[in-house]
Design a protein around this ligand. Sequence first.
Ligand code: PMP
Length: 373
Amino acid sequence: MVFLDNAGTTKMFEECAKTYSLYACQEFYNPSAVTRKSAKISMEINEVRSLILKKLGTMEGSVIFTGGATESNNLAIKGATRGGDYEYVFSNGEHPSVLNVAKSLQMQGKTVHFVKLKEDGKIDLEDLESKLNYKTKLISCIFVSNETGAINDIKAISCLRDKLAPNALIHIDAVQGFMKIPFSVEDFKVDMLTFSAHKFHGPKGVGGLYIRKLNYVKNIVDGGGQEYGLRSGTENVPGIMALKTAIEKIDVRKNYENVHGLKHKFNEIILKESEIKILDFQGSPYIESLVFKGVKGETMLHALEEKDVIVGLGSACSSKKAGNRVLEEIGIDKNDIISSCRISFNAYQSLEEIEKAAETIIEVYNDIRKRVS
Ligand code: PMP
């Protein structure tokens, strides 16, 4: 089977399963208890925080472990938008775990602005500029689009913040960028950042929020006060330790180059079939879309599964809804959207399997076209 839906999730490394098992079955202690064994676990979790800060290119700030990116996005946004006569800015390219929080702020009567995307899939910086002012308290923007792979210029966003909205915090949803694309939070000058382990071969149900200063947010659940009081509940120790194992195994730059090569080869083969269009926004090498002229994306997805090639239909969270909000926003033709599938690679796939998958995609497409014409 060739799995080309790695933006949806990735296969966990075997090594993570071993770590998970060790901390679930042997080193199973509650880090909040006062025994020496618990203190050791608590120290180990803190070491994972330091490792993540290092990978983010900073020594400043903290990491709050959560149950994944949906929760991190909720904590960042709900936690930073309490009270006051403030304004909040979001891009139109956000994942539902940001977009739906923004919409609920709007329903509560808060002033919320949405920023357009340009044809290249990136946030429209001129539109952003027009929406920033002294009242802006938070700007939340996706780093790498889970739909298109377009990469937002976060440095340009923070420059605009410095110039026009000095009271605003910047939060980025870096789920499709962390451990995949080289960057640093120091360089980006962001205040909060969301990540999720299952997007980089770690376990599902664990992620985190990087936060430069803990007082940027208030807790959104009440409880025992774990994670600096910002995320109560006993820590998912096996998940956090398995996340560490995934981070330690990944060489971001090497993987980036590798995936670049895989995508290049894949596209070279796909281009041989002129009725298949590639929607490549020249952003992340990990993500692109294919448009199959005259055939629905969903039909292709199911036919490909029969041939052991798994592709995606936009984000899993939106795949049950018709259309694709982000592709529509950047002006992709409605028929093209219906005929599209999302392709997303991982760095551990071989050139041979990617070549084979591309050939299978062409074969399956031609087969369906013959039958429908
Ligand atoms: N943000 C982005 C950009 C994503 O791609 C996803 C996963 N589809 C999420 C947030 C939600 O992640 P999780 O599954 O960890 O809640």
